[in-house]
Ligand binder design. Structure first.
Ligand code: CTP
Length: 407
C-alpha cells in the first residue's frame, strides 16, 4: 500500500494552542496522518509529549534537529497540506515576509501544497491594518485564511479573534484535501446570503419559510476551501456556518437587505441563495396578539418587501463587477417548463447567472441533495440532477470562475 503523505499541523505561540490538540485528535480520528510542527513559543503552552502521543510522531521545532533528513525542506515538499492553528499575528507577518527562522516558517516557504491558516489573537491585533494587510496578501497568494470566530477571548473581553471551532477547522482541512491541489478562487471576495427570512407579526410570531440554508452554507464552505474570502449573510439556518466565513446574522428581509447593501461594494461575486420573504405583515403588533382580545380571528394584512437581488443588479449599473448570481424556486410542470420559467426570471432579474430549483419535483428544502439548472445569458445551461448540495456548489463555483476568467 502506498503511504499517503502527511498533513503538517503548524502550531504557533498563542493560548489557543491547547485547542489545536482537539484539532489534531479530530484529524487523526478521520485517518489523516499528521506531523505536528510547533514553534518554540507554542511549546510553552502545550508540551511536546502531548503532540507526540496524539500524532504518534516526534515533533521538531528547529531546523537543527535530524539535519541528515533535511527537515526544513522535506516537510513542506512532502506535505499534502499545511494547516497552521492557531496562526498568531506574528506568524502571519513572518509568513508574508518570507522569514524562515524556525521549522514551521521554513516549511511554509517550501510547501507547494494547499496551506490553511486559522488565526487567533486579540481583536485589536486582528483588526490592526498590519494584520489585515498580511491576511489580504496571504489570500492573494492562495492561502486559505479562515476568519476567526467572534466571542470570549483570553481575558474578560470578547470580539473577533477567537480560534475557529477545532472540528470546523478539521472539516475545512478535509474539504481542502478532497479538492484541487491549489485553491482556484484565491483572492476572490464572495458575498453569500443563505437561509430563510422571518417576518415578525408580533413579539412571538413570525412568517417564515422552509429554507434550511444548506445550499448557501455549502456554497460558503466550498468557496472557503477553494481560497475565497467569504462573507455569509445568514437568515434562519438549520446547519452551522462553516469555519472561516465572516458571518452576519439577520432575521427579516429588511435586515438582510441592509446587510447585503453594506457588504456589496467589497464583493467580486454576490450569490443570493437566501429565501427572502416577498411579503411581510404591514403592521407589527408591539404586544402579543391575545386570542382573548381578538374578536374572532385577527386579520393579517401583508405588504411587499424590496427585491434585494433586483436592487443589487440596479446598483451595479453597467459595471461588470460584482458578478451576481440569483436563485429561483419554481414549481414547474416538466423540464421544458422549468427552463422557460428560469429564462423568464433570468431576464426579469437581470443577474448574470440563475440557479433554478424545481421545488415541486424533489424534496429540496432541508435535503442534502438537489437538482438544479444553471442558466446564464452567455453560457449554455448546465443541468445538475440529484447531486449532493456540495457538488452543486462546486459546479456553480466552476461556472463563476470560468465567467470571471473570461472577462
Ligand atoms: N429575492 C430577493 N428579494 C426578495 C425575494 C427574492 O432578493 N424579496 C431573491 C432570492 O434570494 C433569489 C431570487 O430573488 O435569489 C429569486 O427568488 P424567487 O422567490 O424565486 O423569485 P421572485 O422574485 O420572488 O419571483 P416569483 O415570486 O415570481 O417566483
Amino acid at each position: 500500500m502506498v503511504q499517503e503523505s502527511p498533513v503538517v499541523l503548524g502550531v504557533s505561540g498563542g493560548i489557543a494552542a491547547y485547542k489545536a490538540v482537539e484539532l489534531l485528535r479530530n484529524l487523526r480520528e478521520s485517518g489523516i496522518d499528521v506531523v505536528v510542527v510547533p514553534t518554540a513559543n507554542a511549546l510553552r503552552f502545550v508540551g511536546a509529549p502531548t503532540w507526540e502521543a496524539l500524532s504518534g510522531r516526534p515533533v521538531a521545532t528547529d531546523v537543527w534537529a535530524n539535519t541528515h533528513q533535511v527537515p526544513h525542506v522535506r516537510l513542506g515538499q512532502q506535505a499534502r497540506a499545511v494547516v497552521v492553528a492557531p496562526a498568531t499575528a506574528d506568524l502571519l507577518a513572518r509568513a508574508v515576509s518570507g522569514i524562515a527562522d524556525d521549522l514551521l516558517t521554513n516549511t511554509l516557504l517550501t510547501a507547494s501544497c494547499p496551506v490553511i491558516m486559522a488565526p487567533a489573537m486579540h481583536t485589536e491585533m486582528w483588526q490592526h491594518p498590519a494584520t489585515q494587510r498580511n491576511v489580504h496578501i496571504l489570500r492573494e497568494r492562495g492561502v486559505v485564511v479562515l476568519e476567526p470566530a467572534v466571542g470570549r477571548l483570553t481575558g474578560t473581553d470578547s470580539g473577533p479573534g477567537r480560534l475557529a471551532d477545532p472540528s470546523a477547522i478539521a472539516h475545512a482541512v478535509r474539504d481542502v484535501l478532497r479538492r484541487r491541489p491549489r485553491p482556484d478562487l484565491a483572492g476572490l471576495r464572495v458575498l453569500i446570503s443563505a437561509g430563510g427570512t422571518r417576518e415578525a407579526w408580533d413579539p412571538v410570531r413570525f412568517i417564515g419559510n422552509r429554507s434550511s440554508g444548506r445550499q448557501g452554507i455549502e456554497l460558503a464552505r466550498t468557496a472557503i476551501s477553494r481560497g475565497a474570502q467569504v462573507t455569509l449573510v445568514a437568515a434562519a439556518i438549520e446547519v452551522e456556518p462553516p469555519a472561516g466565513a465572516l458571518v452576519v446574522r439577520v432575521e427579516s428581509a429588511e435586515d438582510l437587505r441592509s446587510a447585503m447593501h453594506a457588504h456589496a461594494q467589497d464583493a467580486d461575486v454576490i450569490v443570493m441563495a437566501a429565501a427572502v420573504a416577498d411579503f411581510r405583515p404591514a403592521d407589527i403588533a408591539s404586544g402579543k396578539i391575545k386570542k382573548s382580545n381578538a374578536d374572532g380571528v385577527p386579520e393579517l394584512l401583508l405588504e411587499r418587501t424590496a427585491d434585494v437581488l433586483a436592487e443589487l443588479v440596479v446598483k451595479r449599473g453597467s459595471a461588470t463587477s460584482p458578478l451576481i448570481v440569483g436563485f429561483a424556486a419554481e414549481t414547474a410542470r416538466d423540464s421544458e417548463d422549468l427552463f422557460a420559467l428560469g429564462q423568464e426570471k433570468l431576464a426579469r432579474k437581470g443577474c448574470d447567472l440563475l440557479v433554478v430549483n424545481d421545488v415541486a419535483a424533489h424534496e429540496v428544502f432541508g435535503s442534502t441533495h438537489n437538482s438544479v439548472l444553471i442558466l446564464g445569458a452567455a453560457t449554455s445551461p448546465v443541468l445538475l440532477d440529484r447531486l449532493p448540495k456540495e457538488e452543486i456548489a462546486d459546479a456553480l463555483w466552476d461556472t463563476v470562475r470560468d465567467r470571471i476568467t473570461a472577462r
